[in-house]
Design a protein around this ligand. Structure first.
Ligand code: GLA
Length: 704
């Protein structure tokens, strides 16, 4: 038994809750009363009260019902809905309803419809059918937002504003002529002179120099690989164009409804939108988190999304804006959530910093494309498992009110950057099997397994609060980002950097002289050649030729030694050691005997390097060694599938297992959910959760 990880470097305190007027955790979902006869609304309010709902997102897709033509709102129905909510003490996250432009607007301005890279203009008939650069769309959206703000800014039910919906979800970019002109303007602002653009994009290759700005196009369908610089800039531009849509509405709202928080819902690890840039313009960050119940690791990816959302918001409490109470309708096969899974993933969000647990949607739809998506009130009505879980979760969230507003402190961070993601997953690379979020998941999993709170940090952000950073495939790194990582280690931090990091500059131009050019000294090595492995191939890994300092707990295998059966997959770097110690070597193939993973003391700190993707056991050991070097406590022996997260003075223990599991809490502790003191040993039933008040007591221990 070893000690569980303590709280992060900053002492636990309370930060401002997302909606302090709620006095606790917000609970609810998307409420679309316009899809139902008015006779159901009173029942909605009664059921919301029964379930403890205190926040609903209203009107996300109601543009046509609010504005059946240009001009005045026909908002009588919304007045009545908001009045009903206010009467029951339920707050509204009022949507600006601009995610689905109405048929009349499309008929008047067909150019609003977006165009795909192959020149296809998409049709009206679903949602999000707008070109982000369309002046007609932006104008109409800002007009609607302004009318709504003018009418409802002071309505007692309206607690916050919700702009658009899931920006970029179905149409992340548009390739029409309007977008082409906007792209050129964006490029002119970035480069000023065409020669600079030609230089940045490597125009000399394949005769791609431009002699006039008018020749520059979005990266439409081409005979073969497109220009990497052009594609990267178009990804930046497209994120910025969507952001401009959001910002235009935000400006209207903040002018006419000052002081009310404004948000839009992110989608977790969603590539088109650079959330670090966006979150700076949001009063509260919110996310939609839809993991596949069929995936036994759903809780791992869900935890990553929670940590990412908290991180892009700078650690502020955030809102889980959407999740499914049970099944979704948009996968090929849509499993319901297992009993208890809605609760476990909801409390996971609270543990990781959410002050709101909302779902899509309140009432499961009877019509339209989402009629088989679960709702808090299912088709079956209230005599149903889902409804009983909904009511029970509402009661539990009320008991968790003391947790609201508390920060989640992390000593470890995973470096993450959207610009790197865009460049990394561009084509014509050594391997197209390297997917960033898969690799991030591989590195994140041992932290989750060890009960280590982790943030996601931008490479140029202040890293001084962390002891450990993990750097998965940071292929594109700016000079400032590279120097930030170097300084972090020089000042005493520990970094674990993987293959295909530090390869290109911000224009996707290779940094020459041996990889990774900015970090050769830091890592004490030089990579001469990149040797990715074919899909499915595994290369045996062995322990070091010479033993390295062993900081593993007594009884554990020596740090760095490869466990029996250790293999590397996906990648091999041809590493020349220049001061680093090998931790693992390749055990076969043409790199037989050469380093596969290394460790190097640099300044006051340590830099680990991974030249392959080790199997999960081996990777777990390496991450564990990096944690120990960094002084980041690991909860060894935490059963896989049980999550331990600290938020403020509370320790959440969440079992995602479908069987009971025994834990040793080290002492008797108060469980906030039941009000009962439990421990020291507890048998946690399947998918059970404890929220322990850890103030004052000794740290809990695992039974492992
Ligand atoms: C997204 C959207 C919602 C709904 C759900 C269904 O999150 O924001 O409007 O379509 O998906 O899962």
């Amino acid at each position: 038994m070893v000690n569980a990880p303590g709280a992060g470097p900053v002492s636990a305190g309370t930060v401002r809750s997302v909606l302090p007027q709620l006095g606790g955790i917000a609970y609810g979902g998307d409420y679309n009363p316009e899809q139902w006869p008015e006779s159901t609304w009173a029942q909605d309010i009664r059921l919301m009260t029964e379930a403890g709902v205190n926040l609903v997102t209203v009107g996300v897709f109601s543009w046509t019902r609010l504005q059946p033509g240009p001009g005045e709102l026909t908002a009588g129905w919304l007045d009545r809905v908001l009045d009903l909510l206010a009467g029951a003490g339920i707050k509204a996250d009022l949507a600006t309803a601009t995610a689905s432009p109405p048929a009349w607007l499309v008929a008047a301005h067909p150019e609003i419809l977006p165009v795909t890279a192959d020149g296809t203009r998409l049709s009206f008939g679903s949602r999000q059918h707008y070109c982000p650069s369309s002046p007609a769309y932006r104008e109409a959206a800002a007009d609607l937002a302004g009318r709504l703000a003018g009418r409802y800014a002071d309505h007692p039910a309206v607690a916050m504003w919700h702009i658009g919906n899931e920006y970029g979800c179905h149409v992340p970019a548009c390739y029409c002529e309007t977008s082409a002109r906007a792209f050129r303007r964006w490029l002119q602002a970035q480069y000023g002179e065409l020669d600079k653009l030609n230089d940045a994009w490597g125009g000399a290759v394949w005769s791609q120099d431009y002699t006039s700005w008018e020749q520059v196009q979005p990266p439409r369908v081409t005979p073969t690989f497109g220009n990497p610089g052009q594609r990267l800039d178009f990804a930046r531009f497209s994120s910025d164009e969507l952001l401009a849509c959001y910002t235009a509405e935000r400006e209207v709202l903040t002018a006419r409804s000052p002081g009310k928080p404004v948000t839009t819902n992110f989608m977790g690890f969603f590539r088109p939108v650079d959330q670090f840039r966006w979150a700076a313009r949001m009063d509260a960050v919110s996310v939609d988190n839809y993991q596949d119940p069929a995936d036994p690791e759903a809780h791992v990816f869900s935890a990553m999304v929670c940590d990412l959302t908290r991180s892009v918001g700078g650690g502020r409490p955030w809102l889980l804006m959407e999740q499914a109470p049970s099944a979704v309708n948009w996968r090929a096969v849509n499993l319901p959530k297992a009993p208890g899974q809605y609760r476990a993933l909801s409390l996971q969000a609270v543990a990781r910093g959410a002050d709101a647990v909302l779902s899509f949607q309140w009432r499961a739809a009877a019509t339209g494309a989402e009629r088989f998506h679960s709702g808090m009130v299912p088709h079956a009505g209230t005599d149903s498992r889902v409804w009983r879980e909904v009511v029970s979760l509402g009661a539990e969230l009320r008991r968790l009110a003391p947790v609201a507003g508390h920060p989640v402190r992390a000593q470890a961070a995973v470096l993450f950057d959207w610009e790197n993601w865009w460049a990394l997953e561009s084509d014509s690379h050594p391997s197209s099997s390297l997917r960033l979020t898969d690799l991030v998941g591989e590195l994140y999993r041992p932290l989750l397994q060890g009960g280590v709170n982790a943030d996601f940090a931008h490479p140029e952000s202040d890293l001084s609060g962390y002891r450990l950073i993990l750097v998965p495939a940071l292929y594109l790194v700016t000079g400032a980002g590279a120097e930030n990582v170097r300084r972090f280690v020089a000042d005493g931090g520990t970094a674990l950097i993987t293959f295909f990091s530090g390869i290109v500059d911000p224009h996707d131009r290779v940094r020459l002289g041996g990889y990774p050019e900015p970090w050769r000294d830091l890592l004490g090595l030089r990579i001469e050649e990149l040797a990715p492995l074919p899909d499915g191939a595994a290369v045996r890994l062995e322990g070091p030729a010479a033993p390295v300092a062993d900081t593993a707990p007594a009884g554990a295998a020596p740090a760095g030694a490869a466990p029996a059966g250790a293999v590397g997959r996906l990648w091999q770097d041809v590493i020349e050691l220049r001061g680093a110690d090998p931790l693992l070597t390749f055990g076969e193939g043409y790199l037989d005997g050469q380093p596969a993973a290394t460790r190097h003391d640099y300044g006051q700190g340590t830099a680990f390097y991974l030249g392959t993707l080790p199997d999960r056991t081996t990777l777990g050991r390496l991450v564990g060694q990096a944690c120990r070097d960094a002084g980041v406590p690991l909860w060894t022996g935490l059963p896989p599938g049980v999550e331990a997260v600290r938020r403020g003075g509370y320790l959440f223990l969440i079992s995602h297992l479908d069987r009971p599991v025994e834990l040793d809490l080290g002492a008797k502790r108060l469980d906030l959910l039941t009000g009962v003191r439990v421990g020291p040993r507890v048998l946690l039933p399947q998918r059970e959760i404890l929220v322990l008040d850890t103030e004052g007591g000794p740290p809990p221990r695992s039974a492992g």
